[in-house]
Design a protein. Structure first.
Length: 363
């Protein structure tokens, strides 16, 4: 058995290593703090000399997302990464990708906003990522890593889900996870798919050259006939319903007997795991539900806890209260739901989260 390759590296750095190792064909991006190490690491790795992966710094975020559009249209595994303001600039292209049903991977290492804000970590892009993020009725598949290892693993998973559903996928991290250093087990190197393999897998829709057994494929998001555009939307909504029914992922910590449940994702969930330990030491039965997929949101898991008789849910986020809306929808009035968060790049401590829970439910 081959020995596992274990390294100590930043979350942003491991995104680059994972992209190369999973057979990514192309990365197109533009630097912005706190995620610039993704492209910097790719430039150091020089994968074009080993795997043939294209790595290109575009002239802007608008250019990079449209390069992703072009690469995705040919059935290639392509990706980009940015941080909050840059993701906003990409929003039009993201909507086009969703409308064309083109698979790709987008990494957002969030920073505090609104506006240019700060380079410190935030989770203020939940609405943007999970409620479409641009014009029209569409969804991204959204993965929320809580460790450097998950930053690595979710690159492969993101591409897998993107191609399974022909839909853009996003890794929604933040500056804390992106800059954090941890040990990570690196995946073995996978070969990039050959043109013949891409034709076999994606030839029914991709613009990868006119085959001998089909008409040419055209990837466009434009349809001027309302009747046809409605049918496209109906097909998309059916796909999103299938994603919601089958792809929700989450983790539960000490929820079996919990009287109160904290719902938190990403770096907030890491902090709240310590909150649960402290609460248990004080005799307070607290559990943690960590959504791994933010879209689809694990509503059924939350609903089951509410139906079991949990006395209160606290949504802990680095924002003014965004995921809490999905928690309230899932709880459906069966228990009180409150929010606690910090903003502008400020982090909270485990004790502060526990004090918030006591203030809202135990006084």
């Amino acid at each position: 058995m081959a020995e596992k390759e274990v390294k100590l590296m930043k979350g942003n750095e491991v995104i680059a290593h994972a992209a190369v190792r999973c057979g990514c064909d192309g990365y197109f991006g533009y630097p912005i703090t706190p995620q610039s190490e993704v492209m910097e690491t790719l430039m150091e790795l020089k994968p074009w000399e080993t795997t043939g992966m294209v790595v290109l710094q575009a002239e802007s975020e608008l250019a990079s997302i449209n390069m992703v559009y072009g690469g995705a249209a040919t059935g290639k595994r392509v990706m980009t990464s940015s941080s909050s303001p840059g993701i906003s600039l990409m929003s039009e292209g993201t909507s086009y990708l969703a409308a064309c049903e083109l698979p790709c991977l987008i990494v957002n290492c969030q920073r505090g906003g609104p506006g240019l804000g700060t380079i410190q970590p935030s989770q203020g892009d939940y609405f943007q990522a999970c409620k479409g993020g641009a014009h029209g009725d569409f969804h991204l598949i959204v993965l929320a890593p809580a460790s450097v290892q998950e930053m690595h693993d979710f690159v492969e998973l993101g591409f897998e889900l993107a191609f399974k559903y022909r839909n853009p996928a996003m890794i929604l991290a933040d500056g804390a996870i992106g800059q954090m250093m941890e040990k990570v087990v690196l995946a073995p190197q996978k070969p990039r798919r050959t043109d013949a393999e891409i034709e076999a897998e994606c030839g029914s829709w991709a613009a990868c050259g006119k085959g001998t057994r089909r008409e040419r494929n055209i990837c466009t998001s434009l349809e001027l006939q309302s009747e046809k555009m409605e049918k496209i939307n109906q097909r998309l909504q059916a796909k999103y319903a299938a994603i919601e029914a089958t792809e929700a992922r989450w983790e539960e910590i000490d929820c079996d007997d919990a009287e109160y449940v904290i719902v938190a994702f990403g770096s907030s969930a890491r902090i709240c795991s310590a909150t649960v330990e402290t609460a248990r030491e004080q005799g307070i039965k607290v559990g943690l539900l960590r959504p791994i997929t933010l879209y689809p949101f694990p509503a059924e898991a939350v609903a089951k806890l509410a139906a079991r008789g949990v006395k209160g849910f606290l949504s802990v986020e680095l924002n003014a209260g965004q995921m809490v809306e999905d928690v309230r929808l899932a709880v459906a009035g069966k228990a009180p739901v409150a929010h606690y968060g910090r903003q502008g790049g400020m982090m909270f401590t485990p004790d502060e989260a526990l004090e918030a829970l006591k203030e809202k439910f135990l006084k």
